[in-house]
Design a protein around this ligand. Structure first.
Ligand code: AGP
Length: 612
């Protein structure tokens, strides 16, 4: 959610902070700020609005001195409205200790009350500010910042990615993590901290991922890590695998459009080294050690939020039909509070692009505590969910910057297809039968590229329906979740009210909405339930609904039934959602552009929802 970047080293810190904050803008935010340590002072500048507003403000205010230690923050308000005072960094009474924070301090009010009784004066409404004063209070006796921060965090309940500076110890910063992502970056005679590698990749590829409960003292020449309970920890230094250009928009106007067009490659990446086409088999290293658990499982439970939940629904169709595994799909936010009946014969898959979604993380911990085998299907390498699961599969979609998830969704579906095929073979599916499916899967990246060859009809639809107030998306079987996903994409970035429904459910109510103004998108590939969808199309036609059909290239029948037809190549039914969703991603994108919406940072949305 919030963005964090920090630096200590010989270079001028401010430009590094500003560049880092700009790279974190995609995370969604409402204010920004920096703190510089210079000449025994901590200088803080912060502003509601965009990083650009902060930069403009910095230019106007008197020149900031060169500094070799500093930190920056983009805020996503949780406690206290977005304004200059509530923006981070926050400082203690004397302005000697400054903090920036990503997360929520749940017991901040109790601590604030106690500190007020000790004479501390608070300026903001935030939970974060208590950290600066709590550390100040402890520092009065514990004259060591690293130690004082660890002591302070023993009193804190909640989540944090936290960075602390002190004007009394200008040769270091302290970084601590509980629940919110935080990484250290190591360079030649310089060090960095960030909530996300995007902020520092321009400077280093050597990173250290902090785990929950870990605190690091970082200088320009290295770092030391301890738990908040003083246990020293040896940390591995890892290599960032993606490069700066992947973060850049690559010539597209928006990250979302770049990511939509990356799908032939990202779907291929999800299969790379895993799909053994001519053997009709799949190898998933991250699941080998839980093979027996997978094969002996009483059931699979797939858990996620938003688009990841939709991927789970498609996975349910694949796993039950192809691998004959009883499968259930759960909203993480409901699962975590429903005291679900879970046993150690259950296998729980947590699907998450960011790997940081709070509800999904909590559902993981709930299932794990109840003895289930918890496995992840995640995109962001090194994020929290992979570190807390007992195994899993990275979907390898690369950094997804656009808030509206696209390539991560098709990579999640591809990964679910791989898991399904692996289990089906383990359960006795014949090689001949499997090779038919592995060849189909292998052909999908090429078929996605075909869709991009003719996007004009989709752009024309967006122009035609740009003033629509409502949209309905309908599908059957594994394409019902595709209808849900199409509706979500349109809602997210074009702000048009849209609903996805199983096509047969129409006559149980929603059909009342149908009139000549209602655009109805049908996902109607030529699969085993094609005829059923056709009769649903007839029901809508009879009520003058405007019918848009996502249909296969060789389907001529549909021309006489739909007002608009968008073509997708044909593939094996349960792999169809990987293709059928692409025109819906494009429709939402062109609609948002037509309506002048902020495609990459839609209002009210964050890329990674790290609070419940
Ligand atoms: C999808 O476009 C949205 N950004 C949102 O629904 C997202 O899928 C949801 O917040 C889950 O995020 P995750 O996959 O990172 O856990």
């Amino acid at each position: 959610m919030c963005g964090i970047v920090g630096y200590i080293g010989p270079k001028d810190t401010l430009p590094i902070l500003i560049e880092g904050l700009k790279r974190l803008e995609y995370r969604g935010y409402d204010s920004a700020g920096i703190a510089l340590s210079s000449n025994g002072k901590i200088l803080v500048r912060k502003k509601a609005g965009k990083v650009a507003d902060l930069v403009a403000d910095l230019k106007e205010s008197n020149e900031l001195p060169q500094a070799h230690l500093g930190m920056g923050h983009t805020r996503w308000a949780t406690h206290g409205e977005p304004n200059d005072i509530n923006a981070h960094p926050h400082v203690d009474c004397k302005g000697e200790i400054a903090v920036i924070h990503n997360g929520i301090i749940e017991n901040y009010l109790a601590i604030k009350t106690r500190l007020k009784q000790r004479g501390h004066i608070f300026k903001s409404e935030t939970d974060t500010e208590i950290l600066a004063h709590l550390i100040e209070e402890i520092y009065k006796t514990k004259k060591d910042l690293f130690g004082a921060v660890r002591l302070a965090l023993r009193e804190v309940r909640g989540t944090y990615g936290l960075v602390v500076l002190s004007s009394r110890e200008p040769d270091k910063f302290i970084a601590a993590r509980m629940g919110s992502p935080l990484i250290l970056g190591l360079g030649e005679g310089e060090s960095f901290v960030a909530a996300d590698a995007a902020a520092i990749i321009a400077h280093t590829r050597q990173v250290v991922y902090l785990n929950d409960g870990e605190v690091a003292e970082v200088t320009a020449h290295g770092f030391e890590t301890k738990t908040i309970y003083d246990v020293s920890i040896d940390k591995a230094i890892e290599e960032i695998t993606f490069d700066l250009s992947q973060i850049e928009r690559g010539g597209y106007e928006h990250f979302m459009m770049k990511e939509i067009h990356e799908q032939p490659e990202t779907i291929r990446n999800a299969m790379r080294g895993r799909l053994l086409v001519e053997e009709g088999n799949v190898r998933l290293g991250g699941l080998e050690h839980v093979r027996d658990k997978l094969l002996d499982a009483r059931r699979f439970i797939i858990i996620g939020c938003g688009t990841s939940w939709h991927a789970g629904l498609v996975g349910e169709y694949m796993l039950e039909h192809i691998a004959k595994v009883p499968t259930e799909v759960e909203y993480a936010s409901e699962f975590r509070y429903r005291s679900p009946v879970i046993t150690n014969n259950d296998v729980v898959f947590l699907i998450s692009q960011s790997g940081e979604t709070a509800d999904t993380l909590a559902a993981l911990r709930e299932a794990k505590a109840k003895g289930a085998t918890v496995l992840g299907i995640v995109n962001v390498v090194g994020s929290s969910i992979p570190r807390e699961t007992q195994g899993g599969v990275y979907v390898h979609a690369g950094p997804e910057i656009g808030v509206a998830s696209t390539k991560a969704f098709t990579s999640q579906l591809t990964t679910l297809a791989l898991i399904t095929l692996m289990i089906a073979r383990e359960k006795g599916m014949k090689k001949e039968e499997a090779v038919v499916l592995t060849r189909e899967l292998d052909a999908i990246p090429g078929k996605v590229s075909q869709i991009f060859k003719n996007v004009e009809p989709i752009r024309a639809l967006a122009r035609e329906f740009r003033d629509s107030k409502n949209f309905l998306f309908l599908g059957r079987g594994a394409n019902f979740p595709v209808a849900l996903e199409g509706a979500l994409k349109l809602k997210e970035i074009s702000y048009i009210h849209a609903e996805g429904y199983p096509a047969a459910e129409m006559k149980h109510g929603p059909i009342a909405l149908i009139d000549e103004k209602m655009p109805v998108v049908f996902v109607v590939p030529k699969d085993s339930i094609y005829e059923k969808v056709i009769s649903n199309i007839q029901e809508v036609r009879a009520r003058k609904g405007r019918i848009i059909a996502i249909a296969n290239e060789d389907d001529h029948e549909i021309n006489s039934m739909a007002d608009y037809v968008i073509r997708v190549p044909r593939t094996y039914g349960f792999f169809g959602p990987i293709l059928n969703v692409i025109p819906l991603q494009l429709l939402a994108y062109y609609m948002a552009v037509e309506r002048g919406c902020n495609v990459d940072q839609p209002r009210n949305l964050a890329k990674s929802v790290t609070v419940e």
